[in-house]
Structures are given as C-alpha cells and as structure tokens.
Design a protein around this ligand. Structure first.
Ligand code: GCB
Length: 600
C-alpha cells in the first residue's frame, strides 16, 4: 500500500510540476537495457508523448502489439530551492508495471497499471542541476496480475498478450508524471465521514501526518467563507445550514488542513474539495442523503483515438458534456480506476460513480471468447500472488478515492466466475479484508455475468447490491429472436422477484454492437435501428420491476479491443462513436433519461 496518495497541489509549502511532454522511448525485446546501461538515460530510440499509450503511434504491427519491457527517459531540472524538501516523482499510472531510476539509481518498482505511486528521489538527485529519470515499463499479462490474461510467444519469437477481457492492452505512461516538492513534516492522508442533523451536518475527520506538530482543519463554503474550524488530528466540524452534495446538483466545500503552531507560517497546508452527503443501501433502495435514487448512465472506458488509454482532459470534458445532455447521472469506471481528474469532474457535476479495480478476466470462459480455455480460474498456482495484488489495489483505490463525494460504491470484480465453488474462499477473503477500509463504509459489489444467476452463483451473499451484465438480443436471442430474449430476461427477473430479492439490482451492462451509419428497414443486427430495439426492450423490462434501481448501458462510446471474429475494429456497443458522435440510440436515451425522475 502507498504511504500517501493525496492528489498533488501547489501552495506555499508544496510545489507540483508536471513532467509531461516528449520523452525518449525504446522497446527492449531482448532484455539488453540493463546490460547496456539504459537506466542512466538515453537519447536514441524515438520520441514519445506523455501521457499517452505508445501503441497507436506506430505504423508497423509488431510495434503496436509490442509485449514486454519498454523504457522511457527524460531530463528534468531540480532547483536549488528544493534542497531540504522532501522530493518525489509521482506517476499517476504506468501500465502495467514500472521500475524507476533517477541518475542511474534504482528507486522503486510498482505493480498495477491504473493507480498512482510516488518515488522518493531525494537520495539520488543533484540540486540546481539537470537530472535524468528513466522508467522501465512492462505490459505483459498473466494470471498472477490484474487485469488477467496470458502472454504467449509466437513461433517467430515475438511475445503477444491474450487478455481474458476485450479492451485493448494499451500500455505506457498513460497518465501524467509530477515532480513534487513537499515539506518534510506533512499531511499524508485524511478521511471524512458525515452525519446529517436536520438542516445541519457534522463532518468528522481524521488527519494522518508524519510528525507531531498540531493540526488545524477548516471548512469554507463555495463563496470562500469559513464555516467551521477544529483542532487536532481527529475531530468534528459542525456545519450550520449545510448545503448537501446532491446527484446532478453538486455543492462543494473546501477543506483546508494546516500543520504547525503558527497559522501565518504553517509547516504544511493541504486543500481539497469535499461534498457533504451520505450513501446507504436500505432494502432494495440506494439512498443518497436518505433519498432513493435511480442510476442512469454508462459503463465507460478511458479510450480515444491516437493516445489510446491516455487521460485526455479534452475527451473527458466532451464525455461529461454528452452524459449531461443525454440525462445520465452515473457511470462505472469499468474496468479499472480512472485518472483522478475524472473523479474531480464527477464531484463538480454531481455524477455518481462505481469505482472498479482492474479485477477483470477472472474467468477462463472469458478467455474462451477469445480462443477457448476450459479451466477453473479460482484454482491454480497463480491465486496467492493474484490475491496479494488484488487486495493491495483495493487498498490503494480506497485510499486514493475515499474523499470523493462522487464515489458511490466499490466494484471489486468484473464478471468473475462465481458458478465455481472455488470462488467462494477467494471472495470471502477479499470481502473480509476490504470490510473496514472505507471510513464511509460505501457499498461493495461486483458484476455478475450471464452465467452467474440467482440459481447458479455461489457468492450472492457478498455484494451490498447486485450488478448484472446481460446480453439477450445480442450474444443470444439476437435479431428476429429478440422476443425470446425479452421473455428469457423477464423469466430471470421473475426468479429474482420470487426469491424475494432484498438488495437493489442495477443493470451495469446490456447493449448491442452497432456500426454507426448502418441502416436497414426492417432492422438487422449491427444497424442503428436494431440497437434502439434492443435498448427499448431492456427499458420495458426495467420499467416493470421495482427492485431494478439503475440502468448503465454498455458503453458510452465505441472502444478499441483485441482483434477477433467477434469485433469489427473494436467494440461497437457505444451509444456514441469512438469520436463521440451520436448513434440513433443517443436520442432514444436523451428522451427517456431526461424524463425519468431521480427516485424512479
Ligand atoms: C462484458 C464485459 C465487457 C465487454 C462486454 C461485451 O460482459 O464486461 O468488458 O466489453 O461484455 O461487449 O462483450
């Protein structure tokens, strides 16, 4: 687990300088980099933008599909003024693993391609001088790591990934790199929980620092007026006439933490924006501020042309504009934690998100979709290492995102094989170990694939609400058979109802691949007309069952996938194209969702 995952800020005690831009880049197919001294820096190779996935910049297939070690190098200047400060490089994400070198000295390694880590570089830098940072990355997949897959070697000696999931294995420095100067004694972390008392609210907080200096915490409203202050590393802020953070009607307060005796010259200051709201599951209701809500929105991907899985503020801005226009109020960060800026925008815009760890591909039948493997995923020598990494990433995810008002729930798996008895001990361990991580005790859940039903799944006791991924009308009962698809879906919902379902059910995936611009009357599969028919069919079913508390269609936009005979240059279930233009289905949801009340 990382010591501190606070998002970088700049103030009198802290600086944050981004090291984005062009780095030098090389593949290391024969693992010669270490012997050749690449860790001290290099000027050859090619230039490579950061943040970006390297893949789509190459015009030859071997490079785009490259699997193995790759290296990035650049120079950066450390000013003399940084002397005496704590000095870190923060990587917002390197996919999937990295070792960091500064001036040739190995600083640290990190596993997991979608969460940040910081490297303390103070022992390796020269002050008032240029320094060199080198990142040795690796993008191989295995059953011991998240997300799960295999790496195979072709007969020509080249390595290739076989993911047990469909999104493309975009790799590299996908998010920003920061040079941070921090005070030696500083805030490492903080937590908040909320109690609503009539018009007023209590914000309970804890602050973790690495020293003994006293802590003062204050809360300012959106106009910058301080509304409450408290002393100590633990305490409560009383807020009169609190403005609550509401779904699609957000209100953010600014929390300021000061360390030190003297308010004029604090040892450290950390500032963040928080929202006062509560989240609770009660029976089949999801309650925000004790009021029931209905989720409307999407499963998404961080995916766009050119830079692949890189975080791009422009794409994100556009995606939020589209989600607002269409009447959505929520999304799932399928199938991995997104860039922290996504959560900040969601906080501001009042979106609820289900925050997912990259525990995807925990099912050999998903590998079957890509070629066929008939084994138990939850039984094998890889489980011990996998479990260590899985819980480690859940810990870091919760640590990173726990103060965002937009985070509704934690998704601990996507479509694991829960029909397999062997899954039960693994689930028990993950749910036991993650129980007390979140001070706000948000719901924990995971998605159930079509194989995992109320009759077959062995782990239905674990989630606080159910997330169902269902594809009648597409993977089965497609085209003219769609009426049987609807009947089958209703049969399944009737079974949940008869069993007396006591928790909310949210549909987190459903949809149909659709080639934008393809039309036919009457419809056939892949046309825009057919996608609307499938989505209308699902809407009819959702409208008939009260325990269904949300619909998150797959996917907001078309996205790049592995190659295969099930995909035409990507997954085309987007309501928008990959360049974010609407398909016919966008207008259907614009109509439906803008009319549905929040407590539908
Ligand atoms: C699923 C997966 C998702 C795929 C989707 C599909 O069940 O969770 O990652 O993209 O199906 O379109 O097949």
């Amino acid at each position: 687990m990382e010591t501190s995952l606070l998002y970088p800020v700049t103030n009198d005690q802290r600086t944050d300088q981004k090291l984005d831009g062009l780095w030098r880049f090389k593949f290391d197919e024969t693992k010669q980099g270490a012997k050749a001294g690449w860790e001290t820096g290099f000027h050859d190779g090619v230039s490579m933008p950061v943040p970006a996935s390297f893949n789509d910049f190459f015009t030859d297939k071997d490079s785009r599909e490259y699997t193995g070690d790759f290296w990035y190098s650049r120079k950066f200047f450390v000013p003399s003024a940084a002397k005496g400060k704590a000095l870190f490089l923060r990587f917002d994400a390197v996919t999937h693993r990295a070792t960091i070198f500064v001036n040739g000295k190995e600083i640290r390694s990190h596993e997991g391609g979608f969460l940040p880590f910081a490297a303390d570089i103070s022992s390796a830098v020269h002050y008032g001088a240029e320094n060199t940072v080198v990142v040795k990355g690796n993008n191989e997949l295995s059953r011991e790591a998240l997300p799960a897959g295999d790496t195979i070697t072709l007969r020509n000696g080249k390595k290739m990934v076989r993911p047990f999931f469909d999104f493309y294995n975009y790799s590299g420095l996908n998010r920003s790199v920061h040079l941070l100067t921090l005070p030696q004694e500083r805030v490492l972390d903080y937590t908040t929980t909320f109690e609503l008392n009539g018009q007023d609210a209590t914000v309970n907080y804890t602050v973790t620092t690495n020293g003994d200096a006293p802590v003062t915490v204050s809360l300012a409203d959106a106009d910058g007026q301080v509304v409450a202050t408290a002393q100590g590393k633990e305490g409560a802020l009383q807020v009169k006439n609190a403005h609550l953070w509401q779904v699609r009607n957000a209100y953010l307060y600014t929390l300021t933490i000061q360390v030190g005796d003297d308010a004029e010259t604090p040892v450290d200051t950390y500032t963040d924006r928080i929202g006062i709201r509560t989240i609770r599951i009660s029976g089949t209701n999801i309650l925000v501020n004790d009021k029931p809500i209905y989720l409307k929105g999407f499963g998404r991907h961080e995916d766009s042309p050119f830079a692949g899985r890189a975080f791009d503020l422009n794409v994100e801005k556009k995606d939020f504009a589209l989600m607002k226009w269409i009447g959505a109020n929520s999304f799932r960060t399928s199938h991995y934690p997104y860039d922290e800026q996504v959560y900040k925008i969601a906080d501001e815009e009042g979106f609820l998100l289900t925050d997912e760890v990259p525990a995807v591909g925990f099912k050999m039948a998903a590998a079957a979709f890509l070629g066929g493997l008939n084994q138990s995923f939850f039984k094998g020598p890889w489980l011990k290492k996998l479990h260590e990494r899985h819980i480690d990433q859940i810990r870091d995810l919760v640590k990173r995102d726990k103060n965002h008002p937009s985070v509704l729930a934690w998704s601990l798996f996507n479509e694991p094989d829960t029909v397999d008895e062997n899954a039960v001990p693994y689930f028990k361990q993950i749910f036991d170990e993650s129980k007390d991580l979140d001070p706000q005790s948000r719901p924990r859940t995971f998605t159930l694939s079509e194989d995992d039903t109320i009759e077959t799944s062995k782990v239905l006791d674990f989630p606080d609400f159910y997330m169902l991924n269902r594809y009648p009308g597409w993977y089965h009962f497609g085209g003219h058979q769609i009426s049987d698809g609807e009947a089958g879906l209703r049969d399944e919902m009737d079974k949940w109802q008869k069993a007396g379902v006591t928790k909310p059910v949210v549909f987190t995936e459903f949809g149909a691949d659709t080639e934008a611009g393809l039309h036919k009357l009457p419809s056939v599969m892949w046309t825009e007309e057919y996608q609307v028919e499938v989505l209308k069919m699902f809407s009819r079913v959702f409208d008939d069952y009260d325990f269904i508390k949300g619909e998150q269609v797959w996917n907001l936009a078309d996205f790049q996938t592995v190659e295969g005979n099930m995909r035409v240059n990507g997954n085309k279930k987007g309501i928008f194209t990959r360049d974010r233009q609407p398909k016919e289905a966008a207008f259907f949801y614009h109509d439906r969702w803008n009319k549905l009340p929040l407590d539908y």
